[in-house]
Ligand binder design. Structure first.
Ligand SMILES: *Cc1c(COP(=O)(O)O)cnc(C)c1O
Length: 227
């Protein structure tokens, strides 16, 4: 793909404007540039343009890509993981990941914690919530999380700093609003108990405005930036 830097910048600035327009706390909101669409050369071009916060969704590709960014000049680039994570692939991301958005079960969390201990790392993570209870989606149901939430916060080497969700693709605007509002309430409830619970990762190219209105702090944007 030929990257059009001017177009990307215009799109990025439009989203920054939307953050100011729609978010109750614009200064807290980050745009995660979802970079799964790009190969290494394209990705290097994006970094040249000044972008420095990226999200990848495949553990193996994450590992392969990051091996190309070991140079000193890439040391301030932040890499988040946003995709489904199999336990046997945690090792591909554990030493470099900035934030894991997609911790979709207690078992996975426990396994990440073990790998974090082995590698002497403290990992920041988000619990992925299946807010719409769609069967095709992974994630913890809100009521299951609430039943024994404290076990999620008891890990020695994984700090749960918030929640992530994906709204169903076919949901109406008002349904999406309800889902996102539930996420905000969930985060606020747990922030009272753990002041480091500050993040809500929600909103993609097609629903980030609703996410912003409902207090998202990280919006995960891919196609909207380059299309
Ligand atoms: C691909 C992806 C995104 C970005 O999707 P766009 O519609 O291209 O903005 C966000 N979150 C996750 C988990 C993804 O896999």
């Amino acid at each position: 793909m030929k990257l059009d830097s001017i177009k990307i910048q215009q799109n990025y600035e439009k989203i920054l404007e939307d953050i100011k327009k729609y978010s109750p706390y614009p200064e807290k909101v980050k745009i995660l540039f979802v970079s799964k669409y790009f190969d290494v050369e394209e990705h290097k071009a994006l970094i040249e343009m000044g972008y420095d916060y990226f999200g990848e969704n495949r553990a193996q590709l994450y590992r392969d890509k990051l091996s190309e960014f070991s140079d000193e000049k890439y040391k301030n680039i932040k890499w988040d993981f946003i995709g489904r994570l199999q336990k046997n692939k945690i090792k591909y991301i554990i030493n470099s990941v900035n934030l894991i958005h997609s911790i979709d079960s207690y078992e996975l969390l426990d396994e990440i914690n073990k790998k974090a201990i082995e590698n002497d790392r403290i990992i920041n993570g988000l619990i992925q919530v299946n807010v719409s209870k769609e069967e095709s989606k992974t994630g913890v149901y809100i009521e299951d999380f609430k039943k024994d939430s404290e076990k999620y916060f008891s890990m020695s080497n994984v700090k749960i700093i918030g929640f992530m969700t994906m709204a169903p693709f076919e949901a109406s605007e008002s349904e999406i609003n309800d889902y996102f509002l539930n996420m905000r309430k969930l985060k606020e409830e747990y922030q009272k108990q753990h002041d480091y619970v500050t993040e809500i990762s929600m909103g993609m190219s097609n629903d980030y405005v609703e996410a912003l209105k409902n207090g998202a702090t990280i919006i995960r944007i891919g196609s909207k930036l380059f299309e």
